[in-house]
Write a protein that binds this ligand. Structure first.
Ligand SMILES: [Zn+2]
Ligand SMILES: [Zn+2]
Length: 150
C-alpha cells in the first residue's frame, strides 16, 4: 500500500475505534501501520522487530496485546496457515473472510464469499452445531508465480 492509502486506512481505523469507545493507542496504531505497509501477511516476531527499531525495548506481550485489540475490532485478520496478520480490506463492514495464499511468494488475497460462510453455517446447523468462527484458507500458486513457471 502506498503512504497516502496507509494514512487513509489509519484515520478510518481511528474513527471506527472512537465510535466504539475504544482507543487506538500509539502502539496499536503503529502495529496496524506496519501491517498495512507490508504487501504480505506479517508475523508477530517481525512486527516486534520493527517496533523495537523505533521504540527500543518492547516485549512480545506488547505486540500480542496490540494484535488482540486489532483482531477484536476486525481491523486485521489472522492467516492461520501462515501464523501471520493481514490488514482487513473492508473494516467498515465486519465479516468472515477466506484467503488464497501462494505457497511460492506468499501473496495472500482476502476473499469475502457469503456462499461459503452460509454453507458452513448451514452444515453446522444441520448437526446442531453453532459455527462461531470460520477458518477457510486455500493454498496454491498465484497467477504471477504460475506464469513464471511456464
Ligand atoms: Zn476483512
Ligand atoms: Zn505467488
Amino acid at each position: 500500500m502506498i503512504a497516502r492509502q496507509i494514512e487513509t486506512a489509519l484515520s478510518r481505523a481511528q474513527v471506527i475505534c472512537k465510535r466504539r469507545g475504544a482507543r487506538l493507542t500509539p502502539v496499536r496504531r503503529r502495529v496496524l501501520e506496519l501491517i498495512l505497509s507490508s504487501d504480505q501477511p506479517t508475523g508477530a516476531y517481525a512486527l516486534l522487530g520493527e517496533l523495537q527499531r523505533g521504540r527500543g525495548k518492547l516485549g512480545p506481550p506488547t505486540v500480542y496485546r496490540a494484535l488482540e485489540f486489532l483482531l477484536a475490532h476486525k481491523l486485521i485478520h489472522k492467516v492461520e496457515t501462515s501464523s501471520a496478520f493481514i490488514a482487513c480490506a473492508d473494516i467498515e463492514h465486519p465479516h468472515e473472510s477466506q484467503f488464497m495464499i501462494c505457497d511460492d511468494c506468499g501473496a495472500t488475497e482476502e476473499l469475502r464469499d457469503e456462499e461459503i460462510v452460509e454453507s458452513l453455517r448451514r452444515l453446522g446447523e444441520r448437526r446442531g452445531f453453532a459455527v462461531e468462527r470460520q477458518v477457510v484458507e486455500a493454498r496454491g500458486l498465484c497467477p504471477a508465480c504460475r506464469s513464471a513457471q511456464r
